[in-house]
Design a protein around this ligand. Structure first.
Ligand code: E4P
Length: 217
């Protein structure tokens, strides 16, 4: 499973990229607002840090204007994935852009039928928001299982990008279902590395090693 980080904080992205485990980045208008920086400038910087797909979202709601904005975004770098909302105009834009060889991430997906439409529109990624579904009392991960089944039934190449990930259990469940990608905030990705028994075990090994009086090399 590919790991994307869901942030526009370039210091966090640099730090996680150094692990060698980061495959891409997703941003959205709210994350750009949080970063407090110029949109095009921050996206350009992110594309220089990570070689994999970097999602940058259009803010227009009609097809023509979405295409104009996408034209600006895709010129930033070859690894831009233009993010469009799951609307009629968004999917029209998706079809046009992927037809021209641009990666497209279709965002704000909340049903399997929406995911089916995105795949038919040739989306590179579909982003179902599991956390926001959990928030309204439904089981977000159930949607991932449904999309996996449908995409496998028809051999769709669209990658399932599990979004709105809130905790490590979401990551684990997404991996068990066979999602292609997950995007999570930096703090959730960091949580994946940790276990108290790892810390305690390492502490004990190092204490015993010191008692041997030896050094390596
Ligand atoms: C994904 O591309 C979205 O930016 C993100 O995962 C949304 O997460 P949220 O529901 O925590 O805002």
């Amino acid at each position: 499973m590919k790991f994307f980080v869901d942030t526009a904080d370039t210091a966090e992205i640099r730090d996680l990229a150094e692990t060698g485990l980061l495959d891409g980045v997703t941003t959205n208008p709210s994350l750009i607002h949080k970063a407090g920086r110029n949109f095009l400038e921050v996206v350009r910087e992110i594309c220089g840090i990570v070689a994999g797909p970097v999602s940058a979202e259009v803010v227009a709601t009609d097809h023509k204007e979405m295409m104009r904005e996408a034209g600006i975004l895709r010129k930033i770098a070859d690894n831009i994935a233009v993010k469009v909302p799951l609307t009629v105009d968004g999917l029209k834009t998706c079809k046009a852009l992927t037809g021209e060889g641009t990666m497209v991430n279709v965002t704000l997906c909340f049903t399997a039928n929406q995911a089916l439409l995105a795949a038919k529109a040739g989306a590179t990624f579909i982003s179902p928001f599991v956390g926001r579904l959990d928030d309204i009392g439904t089981e977000g991960m159930q949607l991932i299982s449904e999309i996996r089944l449908i995409y496998d039934n028809y051999d769709f190449a669209t990658e399932i990008l599990v979004a709105s990930v809130r905790h490590p259990i979401h990551v684990l469940e997404a991996a068990k279902i066979g999602a292609d990608v997950m995007t999570a905030p930096p703090a959730v990705i960091r949580q994946l590395f940790n276990h108290p028994l790892t810390d305690r075990g390492l502490e004990a090994f190092l204490a015993d090693w010191q008692k041997t009086g030896q050094s390596i090399g």
